[in-house]
Design a protein around this ligand. Structure first.
Ligand SMILES: CC(C)(COP(=O)(O)OP(=O)(O)OC[C@H]1O[C@@H](n2cnc3c(N)ncnc32)[C@H](O)[C@@H]1OP(=O)(O)O)[C@@H](O)C(=O)NCCC(=O)NCCS
Length: 155
């Protein structure tokens, strides 16, 4: 599958689709009654060189496949860490084809480009295949869905 990753700024028409994905994937936070505001989070990604920034994976016909963000704050920020790889999401029908990992690598590259020394992420997924070489657990926190682990990658 043809695939490229660019800044959401370069494909703003994808935003409504991303909002729908966010509400579906993280309903307790972004859904009705939740504290999150998916539109506002995406609108905040307004600069290539300043956080927060959002990346978008597109197929060969410019159809959105997935997204990820580099943010100053995320679940786990209360532990004093940052910046964060957050809002990693691949459309259900495109999962299992390496898009998630490509988005992780692209966010890592952006964090390096902006001069950060370390990158963090918090996840309820089991450690291992999605967070391979280099990512190590450094803490625990809580999300609306339960326990999460905070991982750190030295850049
Ligand atoms: C998690 C998510 C982004 C993975 O995207 P993806 O494109 O399917 O991931 P990839 O195809 O790049 O998979 C990379 C590796 O992670 C593993 N992996 C993918 N999803 C996983 C999951 N839910 N639990 C454990 N491992 C997983 C894959 O098996 C693969 O390992 P392998 O190459 O050794 O088989 C996607 O499932 C998703 O959007 N989930 C819902 C949102 C979410 O949970 N986001 C938060 C992630 S912290």
């Amino acid at each position: 599958m043809a695939q490229r990753i660019l800044h959401l700024l370069e494909a703003p028409a994808a935003k409504p689709q991303l909002v729908r994905w966010f509400v579906e994937a993280w309903a307790p936070w972004f859904g009705p009654g939740g504290q999150g505001d998916a539109e506002a989070d995406l609108a905040a990604c307004a600069d290539r060189d300043r956080l927060p920034l959002c990346l978008l994976a597109l197929d060969g016909e410019d159809k959105p496949l997935g997204t990820a963000a580099l943010k100053q704050e995320s679940l786990g920020s209360e532990l004093g860490y940052g910046p964060w790889l957050a809002a990693l999401l691949v459309a259900p029908e495109h999962r299992g084809r390496g898009i998630g990992r490509a988005l992780i690598e692209a966010i890592v590259a952006e964090a390096r480009r902006l001069g950060h020394q370390a990158l963090y992420t918090s996840s309820g997924l089991p450690p291992g295949r999605l967070w391979p070489r280099g990512w190590r657990p450094v803490g625990e926190s809580q999300s609306l869905r339960g326990d999460i682990t905070v991982y750190r990658l030295d850049l």
